[in-house]
Design a protein around this ligand. Structure first.
Ligand SMILES: Nc1ncnc2c1ncn2[C@@H]1O[C@H](COP(=O)(O)OP(=O)(O)OP(=O)(O)O)[C@@H](O)[C@H]1O
Ligand SMILES: [Mg+2]
Length: 250
């Protein structure tokens, strides 16, 4: 299952009692089913706020978000969400039991759950680590478990907030390759937030460039280089330059 996303004139204001912080202003964009959208923008421009609205954790102050056929409402929590923080796994559950979590809350029978969890751990290359606890895994491995967990219950969209930002450069590249491969196999709709322009060009079909404070859309760029992408190719470097120019433009 992969669903389309439609964000229409969304504004979000944090209400701090006496003070209001306008974090996102009049943002519109669309993601087709199975499309990979990357969102880049300076720190504080509202990327996480947008992701939290897509996940249903925050409700837009104004505007509308549609996922699939339905308007998003706060009760709907069936997307896969992967955060930057390694601490997103349940420390008291093994890797397999972490992956089973979403299936449990859907009432999937135990045996099916265990099989599904192993299948998704295999997808991220961690089948042998099924019975290990998060603290016994490296940061990159923990993020792989988080990805497996978010995919295991077949969400309509996969939402990722800088999932590899805390990893070293080499692990990060491996994870990008892994994610690109998983996306090609599962054809999920993905919204992926990153600070890293090379990462956006490596992964995205489309790149949304945000301007800071309040966050608004500066540009929406198509990124149609053939996959798998070669970060050293001229076209890749040119695409990167284009995104950087939009980021720097006033
Ligand atoms: N809980 C909150 N209460 C009040 N203001 C907030 C809250 N969370 C974020 N903000 C403000 O909203 C703006 C957008 O924050 P957000 O976290 O969405 O940015 P971001 O683009 O994800 O930044 P980063 O790249 O650093 O993760 C910021 O100016 C921030 O100060
Ligand atoms: Mg953020």
């Amino acid at each position: 299952m992969a669903e389309a996303i439609d964000v229409r004139s969304v504004t979000f204001e944090y209400d701090l009692g006496r003070r209001h912080v306008l974090a996102v202003k009049d943002v519109s964009f669309a993601v087709k089913a199975s499309e990979f959208l990357c969102i880049v923008g300076p720190s504080g421009c509202g990327k996480t706020t947008i992701l939290n609205m897509l996940a249903g954790f925050l409700r837009p102050t104004s505007g509308e978000i549609r996922i699939g056929e339905r308007q998003l409402d706060a009760n709907r929590r069936d997307h896969g969400v992967v955060f930057q923080d390694f601490a997103q796994l349940f420390p008291w559950r093994t890797a397999r039991r972490n992956v089973e979590f979403g299936l449990e809350s859907r009432g999937v029978p135990k045996k099916v759950r265990a099989e599904k969890a192993l299948e998704y751990l295999r997808l991220v290359g961690l089948e042998e680590f099924a019975n290990v606890f998060p603290h016994q895994l490296s940061g990159g491995m923990q993020q792989r478990v988080a990805i497996a967990r978010s995919l295991a219950y077949d969400p309509g969209v996969l939402l990722m907030d800088e999932p590899f930002a805390a990893l070293d450069a080499m692990t990060r590249e491996e994870m990008q390759q892994l994610l690109a491969g998983i996306w090609e196999r599962t054809k999920k709709t993905v919204v992926y937030i990153t600070h890293n322009v090379a990462e956006a060009v490596y992964l995205g079909d489309k790149i949304l460039v945000l301007a800071a404070r309040p966050g608004t859309v500066k540009a929406e760029l198509a990124c149609d280089l053939p996959r798998p992408r070669d970060p050293l190719s001229d076209r890749f470097v040119a695409a990167q330059r284009k995104v950087l120019q939009h980021l720097a433009a006033h």
